[in-house]
Design a protein around this ligand. Structure first.
Ligand SMILES: NC(=O)c1ccc[n+]([C@@H]2O[C@H](COP(=O)([O-])OP(=O)(O)OC[C@H]3O[C@@H](n4cnc5c(N)ncnc54)[C@H](OP(=O)(O)O)[C@@H]3O)[C@@H](O)[C@H]2O)c1
Length: 320
């Protein structure tokens, strides 16, 4: 049992992780700027104004052994910042470095940073995966800010004697998933014919329950110290296979047909869906063999079970 400060406790991943850590009997302090939709029994809540390079974490860090930093500026669909990179850096890099630096001063033993595969880029070549040794090539301001955060926290940990664990998840799906994954579920649920049958790629995804399980393992496993770890379900699917599996979970077979890539590209551009289609075409795989070996971990939940849980929540939300 550890005393844990969890940030981002109001978010998609943070809520699931808070429930998981509470059920593991850890002593939890949840840092949030928003009202929490649900707070596990026994958890303490630390309210703060928002992530900022000047935030004072002293009170939040008192008595804490492990920080899990899940809060971050992510999923920005309609950017309003005049300088997106500066805003991503302020919140994801500088505010994170501030938290890590004060964690060192407070004598925190371990800092677990929820980063992203995007620090390495948006795609992998067929048959290859991102590993801890891949040279990072972040492609957008979000990914740049997360890579800078990784580097800052590792440097602070190394100089201050605090263990650092970097976890890089790919797309996370599960009950309450939003953005592109939700859009795919809606398309299939509406019975929309999708011209995606011909895509021959592989993508790693991670179910919320699998990621929460891995992060829970990172709290206290000795071998996690100072590692960069990837997370996934351990079953990488092609886009058409993923759509078929979502269809099976929904009880509505995905209606897939083949279309030439050029036609799909032009159609997607016309409909303003170019970025999504590029993503659906590309491969993006991560290597979780070191994660499995080091932590004696395997994803506890299969893709099909995770999709059933995701769909169950999607249906319940539709009825409201
Ligand atoms: N979901 C994915 O597919 C995925 C994949 C890879 C990595 N990640 C990483 O996982 C972490 C959590 O992602 P998520 O999917 O759970 O995102 P989310 O649902 O948007 O949650 C983000 C969390 O960060 C908090 N936050 C954001 N900006 C803040 C600010 N300026 N001050 C204080 N709190 C702030 C949010 O608080 P409010 O509720 O107050 O806004 C929320 O608790 C992020 O660091 C993200 O980079 C996510």
């Amino acid at each position: 049992m550890s005393a844990i400060l969890l940030t981002g406790a109001s978010g998609f991943i943070g809520q699931a992780l808070a429930r998981r850590l509470a059920s593991d009997d850890h002593r939890l302090r949840l840092a949030t700027r928003s009202p929490l939709p649900g707070c596990p029994d026994g958890a303490e809540v630390f309210h703060f104004a928002g992530l900022d390079p000047a935030t004072d974490w002293t009170a939040a860090l008192t008595g804490i052994e492990v920080v899990v930093h899940c809060a971050g500026r992510a999923h920005v669909m309609a950017e309003t910042a005049a300088n997106p990179l500066a805003e991503f850096r302020r919140i994801n890099t500088d505010a994170t470095a501030r938290l890590a630096s004060q964690a060192v001063q407070a004598g925190v033993r371990r800092f677990v940073l929820v980063s992203t595969v995007k620090v390495c880029g948006e795609r992998t070549r067929p048959g290859t995966s991102f590993t801890a040794d891949t040279t990072p090539v972040p492609a957008d301001p979000y990914a740049i800010s997360k890579l800078d955060a990784e580097r800052a926290v590792r440097a602070l940990g190394a100089s201050g004697g605090m263990e650092v664990v970097i976890v890089r998840p790919p797309l996370v799906y599960g009950p309450g998933v939003r953005a592109n994954f939700l859009r795919l579920m809606r398309w299939i649920d509406h019975g929309l014919p999708l011209p995606l049958a011909g895509i021959d790629n592989r993508r790693s995804l991670v179910a919320l329950d699998n990621l929460a399980d891995l992060l829970a393992r990172c709290i206290d496993h000795p071998a996690a110290a100072n590692q960069i770890l990837y997370a996934s379900d351990g079953e990488d699917l092609s886009t058409p296979e993923l759509l078929r599996r979502i269809g099976m979970a929904l009880g509505k077979p995905a209606r897939l047909f083949r279309a030439p890539a050029w036609l799909l590209g032009s159609g997607a551009r016309l409909l303003g869906q170019r970025a999504l289609i590029d993503r659906l075409y590309a491969s993006l795989q991560v290597d979780i063999r070191p994660t499995r070996r080091l932590l004696a971990w395997s994803p506890p939940c299969t893709v099909d079970v995770a999709l059933e849980r995701t769909v169950e929540h999607f249906r319940a939300r539709k009825q409201h």
